[in-house]
Write a protein that binds this ligand. Structure first.
Ligand SMILES: [Zn+2]
Ligand SMILES: [Zn+2]
Length: 244
């Protein structure tokens, strides 16, 4: 029954130029469409047709609307209701603005949090870049040191190769003269012993100095953590909004 009260002013508000047939529709009883709304029950604050009042308000006082509504337009009730509509309308307007500012804040918040995320990521990348640079320097330093050491060994080995080659050529050159060959062979033997010792020294040192990147266990743990960079959490008390 109460909905008849609210549907009346709302319909009038939406169309002051509404046709007479529409006005008649408004006056029909929603529960008994063939009957016009003619009675008001002050006890239940309810309007209805003759059928409504016979069925639901038989024992209530009832007022005949055409008799009691003549000066309704000038009544305090009507004025209060219009004031209340106006106040609720103003309140709604203010709230529309408030929702607008909430929408702006939603954008602002997301932009700010995206910036925070990207700055954090940039910080992590800058840290990793810096560590990568330092580790690269160390690896290159090791490579240069090891290359220099092995090149030194290589130079010594090539000199040894050359000395051995020359000695053999020298011995061959003295083969025609037994006396000379014997003396040359004795000298060559002493030199050969020395060259063999040098070769042993070179052989002992000929190996690759091994090293490896020992991965930081903290970073390895971080990579296994699915929430690694952080997570988005609601502020306390903010997680049950928007239930409309
Ligand atoms: Zn009715
Ligand atoms: Zn009643």
């Amino acid at each position: 029954m109460a909905r008849s009260i609210t549907s009346g002013p709302a319909d009038n508000h939406s169309g002051s130029s509404s046709s007479s047939s529409r006005t008649e529709d408004v006056q029909k009883c929603p529960d008994h469409p063939l009957e016009e709304i003619k009675f008001f029950c002050p006890t239940h604050d309810s309007i209805g047709c003759v059928a409504c009042h016979t069925l639901n308000h038989a024992t209530c006082d009832k007022q005949y609307i055409p008799d009691m509504s003549a000066n309704f337009k000038y009544s305090r009730d009507y004025k209060n209701m219009l004031d209340e509509f106006q106040a609720t309308y103003s309140n709604t307007c203010m709230h529309v603005q408030e929702i607008d500012s909430c929408l702006k804040e939603v954008d602002k918040l997301s932009t700010s949090e995206i910036n925070k995320l990207q700055q954090f990521k940039a910080l992590i990348i800058a840290y990793l870049d810096q560590r990568e640079k330092e580790l690269l320097v160390e690896i290159k330093k090791r490579r240069d040191q090891d290359t220099a050491a092995l090149e030194k060994l290589q130079t010594a080995a090539k000199a040894l190769q050359s000395d051995l080659d020359k000695s053999q050529v020298n011995l061959k050159a003295h083969e025609a003269n037994s006396n000379h060959l014997f003396i040359a062979a004795k000298r060559a033997q002493a030199m050969l012993n020395q060259l063999q010792t040098t070769l042993e020294v070179i052989k002992r040192q000929t190996q690759v100095r091994q090293y490896t990147l020992q991965k930081d266990p903290l970073v390895e743990t971080l990579l296994k953590n699915k929430d690694g960079m952080g997570e988005i959490v609601s502020r306390p008390g903010n997680d049950k909004l928007y239930s409309l």
